[in-house]
Design a protein around this ligand. Sequence first.
Ligand SMILES: [Zn+2]
Length: 276
Amino acid sequence: MGQGMFVPGHRGPARVEGEAACCIFHGGRVFIARDGSGRPAIPRIDIAAHGMSLEGAHYLGMLDDLPCYGLSLPHDTRLPQQLELLGLRALILEGDELPAAVAGQAFQILEWARTHRHCGACGAPTLPHAADRALECPDCRLVFYPRIAPVMMALVHRDGELLLTRKPGYAPGRYTVVAGFVEAGESLEQCLAREVKEEVGVDIRNPRYFGSQPWPFPNSLVMAFSAEWAAGEVVPDPGELEDARWFPLDALPDLPETVHISRQLIDDTLARLKDA
Ligand SMILES: [Zn+2]
């Protein structure tokens, strides 16, 4: 039955008759359905038949032909028994992009709503904004949008080699690229240069955009670049890294799973450098 298309939106239908696609979270995990071949799907649930209410649910958009909502499990709800409660990270690692993306978005919206129930300036309870995906303070009119934290990711390369790093706690032998949060007032280019300099001590040039990936733990948007090494010896930041070193293109270490944009960036850069 695989789910085919998701069109995001923030103004849902006034009433839901019958089924809705529901990203239901419970204790940090999400209920999913499985199709005949075991692929995960966002469950289609007959709201009324299960005594559920969409009060407090967040409309996310249309998933195929159904309105789609994110909600936390109300305590007294009976769910269809065939649903499976799965960690969001485990769902993402299964590699089925659509249900993972929808559940990831639902998780971020629910977390944002849960942590913005009161105005940060005057403390009054917030209310949904009339037009946007936002919460608004009815007293001082401050508006709170979902927070997104930009993360810059860099794969540094030079003639025949990639610069990879590992942090304590990674799987044995696993290495990946440099990454870090963008700071207030910083451009993406400045962040890229600073992060690489801080983490591994080298200067870069010619950053090249590869792609981006939302990462809902809790609210990151990762922007991935490759960049050429320009100068400097590799010196891993001892406060953050266990190791950082150059690897020849034909002798790379264990790398992250292919669902991670870090791995896609490495694979793409590798193919490009081998062709050159
Ligand atoms: Zn206020």
